[in-house]
Design a protein around this ligand. Structure first.
Ligand code: ADP
Ligand code: MG
Length: 494
């Protein structure tokens, strides 16, 4: 594919010409830590309302916040994973606003001096293009509680379990140019966070959510006015919201109007965005340094130590898998998205002494196993087939004991009943028939019964496929496809 053709496909057609969409994201990632950012209360999901609330989280008078060092380490680890500058000194500010789920009357956040500065995420698109997305900053802040409006006929209730939970806000530069790129960026960011173990990336639980800034412009022109779509909690919704929002803005501009900077909400029911507040109604948060907290200082030795103990991240793993196992970028992208999948794959090919065929293993992990897991809505951690069992199935294929076709049946049996694949094949008579005379007999019968097809196959070599299928079927799938092919070709005379 040539580069200009790819570029062009990202543009959106209007009635007056092409438009380019420009996107920047502000991602809120809940820090994986047992306790909250400034209190010892539990961060566990799904507790009884208001059961994980300390006096600090409830903002009782006189309570003082104390920084949770684990949250600081997690933010630094994340910064390192985003190839970003770590700021050894940062400041916590109060962001003042009133809301019933915010008992302090302010959120402790970081404004001018975040803990992490500029970085970069590299996003590989499925068409082979590589997009470099700048990271503007990462800062730590508190989550708010939750107002519940549907629990009581005349009152709103509040649950403060989430109040004070640590969030990382990760802000991208406006480097994304399509809904596809935005979705791929968030998937990649999510993969990095999950590898690092700094955020579980669970979007359904709201542990990862994104505000998406969207503007449109004529290619090559300066950036247009942006609208911010708040609080998207699924990758699919991000794509839908961007596509709808870009189209809405193009229609306004082409109709002679102008975009007003505003905050919008996405409605998943109709796939549209609607206005929440305009710039005029925007809050003035009156940020100021929190007098209860000293500036946060991180020792260079801590940063060095965290850097040394980072796990292998998706980019490095991808490069290694491509280099060491000779796999395609496509196969490897599927394998490295989840660390558990990559580990599983490596355990499958490790084998006993002799390494197994990486390409065959990748196909089984990415197709057979992933497909089966998907159908049951399980993730790889809950696979009933251990890597060693899948490896044993691959060995049976490799040494000719079973065909790829029978391997699927063995896979199903191991999936539902467990057991040793080799013993299963032995006990249930699933071994491939390589006995030439037995297969020859089947070939003879089928050829004799189908003179028309035989005539056809003599002139049209492709028609041999029909015979192969019939013989395989007659053997109950146990004939060696290779032997069947050879014998048929000999018999038909091609
Ligand atoms: P503010 O300080 O007003 O919040 P920022 O400069 O921090 O604005 O940007 C917030 C987000 O908006 C960032 O993710 C940034 O990439 C994105 N952004 C900025 N300008 C544009 C634009 N013209 N179009 C789309 N996104 C933009
Ligand atoms: Mg901002």
């Amino acid at each position: 594919m040539d580069a200009p053709a790819q570029k062009k496909s990202k543009l959106i057609k209007g009635t007056t010409g092409d438009w380019e969409v420009v996107i920047g994201m502000e991602v809120h990632a809940q820090v994986t830590a047992r306790a909250k950012l400034f209190s010892g209360a539990s961060t566990e999901f799904g507790g009884e309302p208001n059961s994980h609330v300390s006096l600090v989280d409830a903002a009782m008078p006189g309570m003082l916040p104390v920084i949770n060092e684990e949250c600081v380490r997690q933010a630094v680890r994340t910064g390192l994973g985003l190839n970003a500058r770590i700021n050894l000194k940062s400041v916590f500010d109060r962001k003042n606003y009133f809301y019933p789920d915010l008992p302090q009357g302010y959120q402790i956040s970081q404004y001018k001096s975040p803990i992490v500065g500029e970085g970069e995420v590299v996003v590989d698109m499925t068409d082979g293009e590589t997009v470099h997305v700048g990271i503007e900053r990462l800062h730590l802040e508190q989550d708010a509680g939750k107002s519940l409006h549907d629990q009581h006929a005349s009152m709103s209730l509040v649950d403060l379990n989430r109040s004070g939970v640590a969030l990382m806000e990760i802000v991208s530069k406006p480097d994304l140019r399509s809904a596809e790129e935005a979705k791929a960026f968030l998937s990649k960011l999510r993969a990095i966070l999950r590898y690092l173990g700094t955020c579980d990336g669970d979007m359904e639980k709201g542990h990862l959510r994104a505000d998406v800034n969207v503007s449109v412009r004529r290619p090559g022109e300066p950036f247009g006015t942006r609208c911010e779509i708040k609080n998207l909690n699924s990758i699919r919704f991000i794509g839908q919201a961007i596509e709808h929002e870009a189209r809405r803005q193009i229609d306004i501009i082409e109709g002679g109007g102008a975009i007003e900077q505003e905050t919008r909400l996405f409605d998943p029911d109709n796939g549209e965005t609607r206005s929440m507040r305009t710039k005029e109604e925007a809050h003035d948060y009156r940020y100021f340094p929190d007098p209860d907290l000293l500036p946060l200082e991180v020792a260079p030795s801590l940063v060095a130590n965290l850097r040394e103990t980072l796990p292998e991240l998706p980019d490095a793993k991808k490069a290694r898998f491509m280099r060491d196992y000779g796999l395609s970028a496509y196969d490897v992208d599927l394998l490295v998205t989840e660390r558990e999948t990559a580990n599983y794959f490596e355990a499958v090919i490790a084998g006993h002494g002799k390494a197994r065929d990486a390409k065959l293993a990748a196909n089984w992990v990415n197709n057979g196993l992933a497909g089966r897991l998907n159908r049951e809505g399980r993730d790889i951690a809950a696979t009933p087939i251990a890597a060693a069992q899948l490896g044993a199935i691959l060995d049976l294929i490799a040494d000719g004991t079973i065909s790829g076709r029978i391997a699927k049946d063995v896979f199903e049996i191991v999936w539902s009943e467990g057991g040793d694949p080799r013993a299963i094949v032995e006990q249930r008579g699933m071994k491939q028939v390589t006995d030439v005379s037995a297969i020859e007999k089947l070939v003879e019968e089928i050829v004799a019964d189908n003179p028309d097809k035989l005539a056809d196959a003599k002139t049209n070599p492709k028609a041999i496929g029909w015979f192969v299928g019939q013989v395989m079927k007659a053997s109950g799938g146990k004939a060696s496809p290779q032997t069947v092919n050879e014998l048929l070709r000999k018999r038909i005379g091609i």
